[in-house]
Structure formats: C-alpha cells, structure tokens
Design a protein around this ligand. Structure first.
Ligand SMILES: [Zn+2]
Length: 284
C-alpha cells in the first residue's frame, strides 16, 4: 500500500509539472508585442502603453513607399459675407467655382476618394489620378453648398470638424454633420478648440485629440480615424497620441507636391485651394 501511495503522489506531481509547462509555453507564445500600425516609422517616439498601442489588425503597408495622390484643402465653400476681410476671402471658394472644380475633376477622370479610402488603398494599390477633397473647420457652407455639388458629381469629401464649435454661427450643426456622414462623406477630427498642438502637452493635448474623436464617433456612429492639425502645427507627442488613440492618418498645411511617403502618414501635405486656383496645380 505504501509503495502504491508513493507511486500515486509521484504521478500527480508529474501531471502537475506537465500542465505547468503547457501553461508556460501557451503564456509566452500568446504574449503580444506592441506593434505600430499604419506603416509608421517613428524613430524618436516612445509608445508608453503597450495595451493602447496594440493595433486592431497588423499593418500591411510597406514602409517608405511613395504614394501619388493629391490631397486638396478647402475651408469655406459659398458666398462671402458682407465686409469680408482678406483672410476670409482667402479661405473661400464660391459655389460656382467649387462646381467648376468638381466638373474639372469629373471630366479629367480623377479618382476622388475620402482620406480613409486613400489609406485603405495604400496596401492594395492607389489608382492613378487619386484626389482627396478635405474641408477644414466644419463651416456650414460645406453642408449647404459643397455637399449638394459633391452629390451631383458622385464624390465624397473628408470634413474635419472642430467639435467645440459645432452649432455656432457659421459652423455646422450636429444634424448637418450627421447628414454628411449618412451621405457617405467622411468625418475627421480637427480637435475640440482648434489650438496650436505644438504648444500643449499631456492631458491638455490628449483631450483635444481624444475627446473630439469620442464626440464625433458618438454623433455619427462611425469610427473616426483621420485627423487635421489646426494651422498645420504638431509635435512628436501629438503624433504619438494620434497613433495611440486609433487614428490612422493626419494632414498638415504643408504644401503638397502630389506625393507622400507611407513613412509619413501623420504628416500628409495638401494643396491649398485658393479662390482663383482653378486646380491648376493638378495639370490638365
Ligand atoms: Zn482649421
């Protein structure tokens, strides 16, 4: 009996060790390493939290690949108010001009897509003559003037909203933003207060990036993955925050040459569309 008991204890020990080894192998095999999404190549940014930085899916983007796409930057689309100053004039393209520009894109065979669509095409192949139409600040003439023209030509735009200004004079209401989203347009974040992101850090910076995303996602029911830096100003910390909070791509006000690298997806340059530009920068 004694020998049998000893034998049983020995067997139990062997079984326990066996399961412990199996568990340890499983544990180390499943431990996820933090991976950056979006073909990013930040060399000087430290991602502090691994849990938040983990991607929802592995990036399939090749690093530092050159992408040809023209990202256009609009602000106001409509008539000028009485007594408009030079800044307001410089930010405004009339409805008539906007229509003729969209016609030019249509007739010229341009592939107009949202910023998110462009991002998604990077891994599979961006078509020739790719154009993205972006609208900064969330002005109400984007909804009343630009959107009907976009619909007429079958185009969709990317509208960057300053969430703290929604519903104010000259800015879109919540319903207007919801309607834009329902019509197939993309809604991106342009912070809460439109502050210079290169001058703020920590919670103040993160609130601008995160709260605007949360608000717009709740409003539209869609995921917000694109971002526009106010006045094009940013810092390494801002870029790291964007990445951590689930953004995939961000635009600046840097002048575009029609190309960008997949290594710089958080610094996409744009063509500023001036009142009289007639999109001449696109060529014929
Ligand atoms: Zn702005």
């Amino acid at each position: 009996m004694k020998i049998k008991q000893k034998k049983n204890i020995f067997l139990i020990k062997i079984v326990m060790i066996f399961f412990l080894v199996i568990f340890l192998v499983w544990f180390f095999a499943n431990r996820q390493k933090p991976v950056l999404t979006g073909g990013m190549s930040f060399t000087n940014i430290e991602i502090t939290t691994t849990a938040k930085a983990e991607p929802t899916q592995e990036s399939t983007l090749s690093p530092n690949e050159t992408i040809q796409a023209a990202v256009l930057m609009y602000h106001h689309t409509g008539d000028l108010p009485e007594g408009a100053d030079d800044i307001r004039k410089g930010l405004t393209v009339s409805g008539k001009t906007f229509d003729s520009e969209m016609k030019k894109l249509k007739d010229g065979g341009y592939n107009v897509m949202t910023l998110n669509e462009l991002y998604n095409k990077i891994s599979t192949g961006v078509p020739d003559k790719a154009v993205v139409l972006t609208f900064d600040d969330g002005y109400d003439d984007n909804s009343t003037v630009a959107e009907p023209i976009l619909q007429k030509y079958g185009f969709h735009g990317t509208f960057f909203i300053i969430t703290g200004k929604v519903g104010m004079a000259e800015y879109m209401s919540e319903d207007q933003i919801k309607d834009l989203a329902k019509a197939g347009n993309e809604i991106g974040s342009h912070t809460v207060h439109h502050i210079d992101l290169s001058t703020v850090q920590g919670t103040t910076l993160n609130n601008e990036i995160k709260d605007s995303k949360t608000y717009l996602e709740k409003l539209t029911g869609l995921t917000v993955e694109t971002f526009c830096y106010p006045s094009g100003k940013f810092s390494d910390e801002a870029k790291a925050d964007l990445l951590r909070d689930g953004y995939k791509i961000a635009v600046t006000t840097e002048a575009s040459k029609g190309v960008f690298s997949t290594g710089d997806l958080f610094e996409i340059p744009r063509y500023r569309v001036n009142p009289g530009s007639s999109l001449s920068f696109l060529g014929k």
